[in-house]
Design a protein around this ligand. Structure first.
Ligand SMILES: [Zn+2]
Length: 317
């Protein structure tokens, strides 16, 4: 029986961001092609996505925000809030479908149908703030999933590791006062990279102080630097937090080939990252783990490493 869940839907291709936009449908086409090439689609359990109920989205986003996105799409505007958050008339429905896919993956893990899951969704989510879209992101898929796990499935503590090369500003801000969600982001230093937040001094606020961990990396950092920082800082903090569920904002734009940033990870780093996260989830929460696609703009680096990560999930399930 296949014990790794896979969320993908052809409708995710309908979110049309325009010809010159890096966050483009071809990203998912490349991933699916690689999954087929490696024979991985026969070894996962496909999980269907349904549009997320607005109540789950509005547990995270400000009231009226989802409707603002809906209206912008209905009005056939080209973007929401800023030009990098490009939309088309279908984008609102597709963004809700992406959230729904991630929630379905969480359900499948909690119901014991699968041990772990990878969600190949778009639009991505981790830059989306409570009331504003940012950085190609409309709804914060992973933040909505964390709160959904707590409310629907009685999960106490959720750990989110964000290994996208960009700081997960939206996710951090949503949970920075919340001690039940531990957020760790490893990313290119904000002095050198979008979105300009995520210094080591940002450690959470009030009751959430200490449950935000930012690991900014200088341009040119590579596999050994990531490994050292994650072993020395992330793993001890994660074990001390002792999560009941692990979520990963899985971007693949820290790869050396990626055109949008200056970190130099090789393919090997993604093997180490996924092995490390699976071991952590095994030790802390019976392996409960869901990965959600964020960025990654070099199609070869993206597709090859999604395949690598999914193969590791299958091998471990
Ligand atoms: Zn990114």
């Amino acid at each position: 029986m296949n014990r790794t869940g896979w969320v993908y839907d052809d409708r995710f291709l309908l979110h049309d961001t325009g010809d010159a936009h890096p966050e483009r449908p071809d990203r998912l086409r490349a991933i699916v092609r690689e999954m087929k090439r490696r024979g991985l689609l026969d070894r996962v359990r496909e999980i269907s996505a349904l549009p997320a109920d607005l109540s789950h989205i509005e547990a995270i986003h400000a009231s009226g925000y989802a409707d603002r996105v809906r209206q912008a799409c209905a009005d056939r505007r080209g973007y929401v809030d800023s030009t990098d958050s490009a939309i088309c008339p279908e984008s609102y429905d597709i963004a809700r479908l992406a959230v729904g896919g991630v929630l379905a993956a969480c359900d499948a893990v909690m119901d014991g149908e699968v041990k772990n899951a990878f969600c190949a969704v778009r639009p991505p989510g981790h830059h989306a703030e409570r009331d504003v879209s940012m950085g190609f992101c409309l709804f914060n898929n992973i933040a909505i999933a964390a709160r959904y796990l707590q409310r629907r499935h009685d999960i106490g503590k959720v750990l989110i590791l964000d290994w996208d090369v960009h700081h997960g500003n939206g996710t951090q801000h949503i949970f920075e006062e919340d001690e039940t969600v531990f957020f760790c982001s490893i990313h290119e230093h904000p002095a050198h990279c979008y979105p300009g937040t995520g210094t080591a001094e940002e450690r959470g606020i009030g009751p959430g102080e200490g449950t935000t961990l930012n690991l900014p990396m200088m341009p040119g950092a590579g596999d050994d630097d990531y490994r050292r920082v994650l072993e020395e800082q992330f793993l001890p903090a994660a074990r001390a937090f002792s999560p009941d569920f692990v979520l990963v904002s899985a971007g693949f734009d820290a790869h050396v080939r990626d055109p949008l940033a200056g970190i130099n990870l090789t393919d090997t780093a993604y093997s180490w990252l996924i092995d490390t996260v699976m071991d952590l989830a095994d030790a802390e929460c019976d392996g409960r783990l869901v990965l959600v696609l964020e960025g990654g703009y070099d199609l070869e680096a993206l597709s090859c490493n999604v395949g690598r990560v999914v193969a590791a999930l299958i091998g471990h399930a």
